[in-house]
Design a protein around this ligand. Structure first.
Ligand code: ADP
Length: 418
């Protein structure tokens, strides 16, 4: 029976959370979309929704459906995961979703802590910092969907909920788990529904996690989940074992790159030194089926011992040229459609180990392959684990990389070992 049930408001955020829990010694699976049927066995189940920027009513409906499935499976504690930059608007969706989940659980209080020190996100005196600047001075102020122009999270969350929002500030957090627990209990007694909790270091996050051991639900970034495995271990519920164990990787190896982020462009360039690389040219062939055919013909002759790399990734001027020709949305959709078709074709040709670069690209591939559940394995680079989708002929190993993640040698490094 799972111990921890999580609802994440986007796909890569769900992977990040699941990977954090695995590092802490909990086995974890990521379920894509509202679960249908019985949940797979794991200590933690993370449901990945796409609810960050939906209309609030849709986000609430999907989140409640996910919660119901997690409750039915027997989870003891729940976690609502959002972005470490608190991506939301005055309409939601953090407040409305958290309100609905608390109500369904019959609970009156939850902490809210997006801090993620390893990625430079810290909360001090209720204010969220990105590196050395306030959230409102970071790139997030110009985000196309969720511009963040107020760094005071007590105010930000306060605008999204009818409940009262309080603060457990750093001088309290510094005194450790007992002081944090008492401060949260006092806020709850005074009628607060939420407490923003300051956190600057991973030690703070561990203390906050310990302080919330008895809370029915926590809300936050993946950072604050760091402290949760230890709670279950302390209760004797988490046996010592390799939580990151996956079946042995098998089958041909391939990389699909649809991200045009700087890190991915560097990884494609680095791969050229040692691997066969095909660069697709959607400008010359603006036809998804034709592009996919080219890629599969090229790959067919090369699949074998070394990984093949198929990249649509292109520098900004090339991306702009295709967008000028087709429009921004259609350009992205064309490339995503092509790469999803290539993924399907590669799996049909015996690829069993597939790395995909790009968040939207990963979404397109997972959806085309009809994958519903990914078991989370060991990390290749921070935030990017190998995952395994069960299925016919040994299933499929996938590493889904958000565009800007990973070191320069990610595409070769991913296949080391085994
Ligand atoms: P990231 O994680 O870096 O944001 P995504 O996969 O989320 O990567 O987004 C990259 C987008 O760019 C996708 O929609 C992809 O289809 C599109 N794309 C990839 N290659 C090209 C290209 N050569 N021209 C235009 N768009 C492209």
């Amino acid at each position: 029976m799972p111990l921890l049930g999580c609802v994440a408001d986007d796909f890569t955020g769900a992977t990040d959370l699941a990977s954090t829990l695995v590092r802490g010694g909990m086995s974890a699976v990521q379920v894509i979309g509202v679960p249908e049927g019985p949940l797979p066995e794991a200590d933690a189940v993370v449901v990945a929704l796409k609810s960050r920027t939906n209309p609030p009513a849709d986000a609430v409906r999907d989140s409640l459906a996910a919660l119901d499935a997690l409750r039915d499976a027997g989870c003891r504690q729940f976690f609502f995961k959002y972005c470490s930059t608190f991506d939301s608007t005055d309409e939601g969706n953090i407040g409305p979703v958290a309100d609905a989940l608390l109500e369904r659980l019959g609970a009156g209080f939850a902490l809210a802590c997006p801090a993620f020190p390893a990625n430079g996100r810290s909360v001090y005196r209720g204010h969220l910092f990105v590196g050395d600047v306030l959230l409102s001075e970071s790139g997030m102020k110009d985000h196309p969907l969720t511009p963040m122009r107020d760094p005071n999270l007590v105010r930000v969350l306060g605008r999204q909920t009818a409940g009262r929002v309080g603060l457990v500030n750093f001088p309290v957090v510094e005194r450790g788990a007992g002081a944090i627990r008492d401060a949260m209990a006092a806020l709850a007694t005074e009628g607060h529904r939420y407490a923003i909790v300051d956190a600057v270091t991973e030690a703070d996050l561990m203390a906050i996690g310990e302080a919330a051991a008895e809370h029915p639900m926590l809300t936050g970034g993946s950072g604050v989940a760091m402290g949760l495995p230890e709670n279950f271990r302390r209760q004797g519920l988490l046996p010592a074992r390799d939580a990151a164990a996956l079946p042995t990787r098998r089958g041909h190896k391939a990389v699909l790159a649809g991200s045009c982020s700087r890190a991915t462009l560097g990884q494609v360039a680095a791969a050229r030194a040692s691997l066969p690389v095909l660069e697709l040219d959607p400008l010359a062939t603006p036809d998804a089926a034709a592009l996919a055919r080219q890629a599969l013909d090229w790959a067919e002759a090369r699949l074998g011992e070394v990984p093949v790399v198929i990249a649509a990734s292109a520098p900004p001027e090339k991306v702009a040229a295709l967008q000028a020709q087709l429009g921004r949305g259609d350009a992205g959709a064309l490339v995503e459609e092509a790469l999803a078709t290539v993924a399907e074709g590669l799996v049909a040709r015996g690829v069993g180990q597939l790395v995909v670069a790009g968040g939207e690209t990963s979404g397109a591939v997972v959806s085309r392959l009809g994958l519903r559940t990914l078991r989370i394995g060991p990390e290749i680079d921070p935030g990017v684990p190998w995952t395994h989708a069960e299925g016919a002929s040994g299933g499929l190993h996938l590493a889904l990389k958000s565009g800007n993640f990973g070191a320069a040698d990610f595409f070769t490094n991913a296949f080391q070992g085994e």
